[in-house]
Ligand binder design. Structure first.
Ligand code: SAJ
Length: 432
């Protein structure tokens, strides 16, 4: 086996998963090249800096870049292992777009040689790894690809989904168990040997198709369970019961574990991946599809409730607390909080004051609205209405005596001691 210091690894895609992965591998002593299509990302990494906010990532990247273990480039180079970590968005009809994956595989094909291992980490529809194999076979007829003929293959191809939670990426990259799906068992074993270099969690091997579906299943499971919590929150509003109390009490049952309602589900994973299953088998996914619709509809419900409160108090300044898609991160992708706050900004203009400790300025969605970005102390001093959209620690720590006289719509349940105004209920509206 090649020693860590002799191993050359290319990571294609230096985003939220690719950059931390590249840095963790570089820390083992391997020589890592991060490849990205964006020049500014390449320049940032090469200067030892990071373009994304993630706990401890800046120190790790500056260390491995200074030691010469991590470099970035727009040009691919030969290596022993190629890790593909590029986005897999979906189109308007929820059809997954694996174009970036195929583009990355095309780039890898230009430098591939016998003995190399190609690993796909991007969340992908079932069958994508086989499509990568077919593409490599087409582009490099000189190399024997796995699973095509009875002969032993020249290269190994596997699927190993990332499972890390934003905010805990570096810890989870090492500690989480990994599912490693090979095109063939031999491919899985080759990829396993690579992950064992830096993963402390268990590494379990399977087929590429099972590994692909496992990843989609994990996020669909969470989406369905959050949808249950979001549905409960609406029923509780109708019943004039505190949903947070009901959930706390129900969760005392030894076999009940209800998740938390919120203003909807955001991020680039849970709100997206379930569609890959629905798109693949619409007839057999009514539950997964409805969960998506329930979670999407929660955004409109939150807007309606907040707007009713604001309309009932003409002229009163409003603080929207949080824009990130979840607590304590700077990621605003697919954020329900951002959707609610920007919609309120366009309806109520300069009455809306946004507090977001992770933003230096208001995102483009607020352009022309008249809303302003402010800090939590100013918001407490000036705003009579508070709409809690993100459970950032900074907001949780505001004591009751600083908000006792406020009108509060708390979509995250961070202030259980706050006297709640009576909600205005609307019938459930499902998208599509
Ligand atoms: N949310 C709720 N209520 C909850 C939990 C979450 O409303 O009880 C909301 C969050 O506020 C956020 C969204 O759901 O808007 C998603 O947040 P999350 O913390 O559940 O998940 P992500 O998107 O940050 O990361 C998920 C994780 N998947 C699972 O937990 C099954 C992570 O492990 C995956 O690696 C990641 O997706 C991914 O990249 O696929």
């Amino acid at each position: 086996m090649i020693s860590d210091s002799e191993l050359n690894v290319v990571v294609v895609g230096l985003g939220y998963i690719g950059l931390p992965t590249a840095a963790i591998i570089a820390r083992t002593g391997a020589k890592v090249l991060g490849v990205d299509v964006t020049q500014s990302i390449v320049d940032t990494v090469n200067s030892g800096k990071v373009h994304i906010e993630e706990v401890d990532l800046d120190g790790l990247v500056s260390g491995v870049v200074a030691r010469g273990s991590l470099r970035a480039s727009m040009q691919i180079e030969p290596a022993d292992v190629f890790v593909i970590a590029v986005p897999t968005p979906f189109a308007d009809n929820h059809a997954p777009n694996i174009g970036y994956v195929l583009q990355a595989a095309t780039t890898v094909a230009t430098v591939l040689k016998a003995g190399d291992v190609v690993i796909l980490e991007s969340t992908s529809p079932v069958g994508t790894t086989e499509k990568v194999r077919d593409l490599l076979a087409q582009l490099r007829p000189d190399l024997k690809v796995p699973g095509k003929t009875g002969e032993s293959a020249d290269i190994a191809i596997a699927y190993c989904p990332e499972r890390v939670l934003p905010g805990r990426i570096l810890v989870e990259l090492i500690d989480n168990d990994r599912v490693i799906g090979g095109i063939t068992p031999r491919c899985a074993r080759k990829a396993l040997a690579f992950y064992r270099r830096f993963v402390r969690g268990a590494c379990v091997t399977t087929t590429s198709r099972a590994a692909e579906m496992t990843k989609l299943t994990e996020n669909a499971f969470r989406d369905v369970n959050i949808a249950f919590a979001n549905e409960l929150s609406r029923v509780a509003d109708t019943m004039e019961v505190d949903v947070w109390e009901v959930i706390r009490l129900a969760n005392r049952h030894p076999r009940v574990n209800i998740l938390s309602p919120g203003p909807g589900v955001g991020g680039h994973c849970i709100a997206v991946d379930p569609w890959f299953l629905v798109h693949a088998d619409r007839a057999n996914t009514p539950l997964i599809r409805t969960a998506r619709e329930v979670n999407d509809a929660k955004v409109d419900y939150a807007i309606d409730r907040a707007a009713a409160m604001i309309e009932a108090h003409p002229g009163m300044p409003v603080a929207c607390l949080g824009l990130a898609f979840k607590a304590n991160i700077d990621d605003f992708r697919e954020s329900p909080a951002l959707k609610v706050a920007s919609e309120l900004a366009h309806r109520f203009g300069d009455r809306i004051h946004v507090v977001e400790p992770y933003a230096r300025s208001l995102p483009g969605a607020f352009d022309g609205s008249g809303a302003t970005l402010t800090d939590i102390d100013t918001a407490i001093e000036t705003c009579g209405i508070m709409i809690v959209l993100v459970d950032h620690d900074m907001f949780k720590s505001v004591p009751l005596d600083e908000r006792i006289d406020k009108l509060v719509y708390d979509t995250r349940g961070i202030w259980p001691d706050q006297p709640q105004p009576k909600p205005r209920t609307e019938p459930l509206r499902l998208a599509g």
